[in-house]
Write a protein that binds this ligand. Structure first.
Ligand code: CP
Ligand code: NVA
Length: 304
């Protein structure tokens, strides 16, 4: 593999590197099932910096470090107060003196970049306003498990052109998958992210009709309409996204073998119905579990 030090965005990884991570993740998952104990990260620590709440990211990284023989420290929104108590640069430098890796969930993407610029240990983006690379890795691992291939598949994303959509655009364009998003006008994904994906041969379609995106799709994906930090836009978004709810009828329009994914947490009755989430075509809890295995592959890759 190359000289990658951080996981800031999936666009920094080559297609080969993503495939290698997926292979490591699959092996680690099989070994976890077989009860194999690992010591690859013995004596190593991961600082987990959170500016926002989390269930999956926090627990999967903390448990993941323990399963690899290391440990993780939770630094919540009131602990180090990233951005207000001291500079992000100083936080990166000081944390690097204590720990072997930093995972951070922040508001501004620039904060991830600043941590990565000043840390002398690997920095992993655990979600920012722009990207959610760990999620997209777990997503493609889940898709591979369900469909045994990635190349040539079409993923239809119904919802906001947000952090989750952006990282999926990166993943799809690197792995030969078509990405179609249906969103209301004004909620399209970032133009630069789309243009970059297309410039490396990625098939990305941006439409405003959910049926157009979903017809024949192999994967139907959705995420909350109101992301963390956008609470004051909730009412406006509820109105704008009317008609974009994923229900069983939406799944019926997709390919017969369709897999429904949602990064969770879900707001049932808004972007997804409870019935669709529990449909046999739904893979949302396998997807949540795969955060652990995909991230363990990242931890092994970056911290050993
Ligand atoms: N999908 C995801 O990142 O979940 P959390 O916000 O609970 O970490
Ligand atoms: N788009 C959502 C994802 C949560 C995992 C958010 O940013 O809140």
């Amino acid at each position: 593999m190359g000289t990658l030090r951080h996981l800031v965005t999936l666009s920094d990884f080559s297609s080969e590197e993503i495939h290698e991570l997926l292979e490591t993740a699959r092996n680690l998952k099989l070994e976890a099932r077989a009860g194999v104990e690992h010591t690859m990260l013995r004596g190593k620590s991961l600082a987990m910096v959170f500016q926002k709440p989390s269930l999956r990211t926090r627990v999967s990284f903390e448990v993941g470090m323990a399963k690899l023989g290391g440990r993780a420290l939770y630094l919540g929104p009131d602990d180090i107060k990233l951005g207000s108590r001291e500079t992000t640069e100083d936080i990166a430098v000081v944390l690097s003196r204590y720990v072997d890796g930093i995972m951070a969930r922040v508001f501004a993407h620039d904060d991830i970049l600043e941590l990565a610029n000043h840390a002398t240990v690997p920095v992993i983006n655990g979600l920012c306003e722009r990207y959610h690379p760990c999620q997209a890795l777990a997503d493609v691992l889940t898709i591979w498990e369900k469909r045994r291939r990635l190349e040539g598949l079409t993923l239809a994303f119904l919802g906001d052109g947000n952090n989750v959509a952006h990282s999926l655009i990166h993943a799809c364009s690197k792995l030969g998958m078509t990405f179609r998003i249906a969103c209301p006008e004004g909620y399209e994904p970032n133009e630069e992210v789309v243009a970059t994906a297309r410039s490396i041969g990625g098939e990305v379609a941006v439409v405003h009709d959910p049926a157009e995106a979903v017809d024949g799709a192999d994967i139907v994906y959705t995420d909350v309409w109101t992301s963390m930090g956008q609470e004051e836009q909730a009412e406006e978004k509820q109105k704008a996204f009317t008609g974009f709810t994923v229900d069983r009828a939406v799944l019926d329009r997709a390919a017969k073998e369709v897999v429904l994914l949602h990064c969770l947490p879900a707001h049932y009755g808004e972007e997804i119905t409870y019935e669709a989430s529990r449909d046999p075509r739904s893979g949302i809890f396998d997807q949540a579990e795969n955060r652990l295995h995909a991230q363990n592959a990242v931890l092994v890759r970056l911290m050993t």
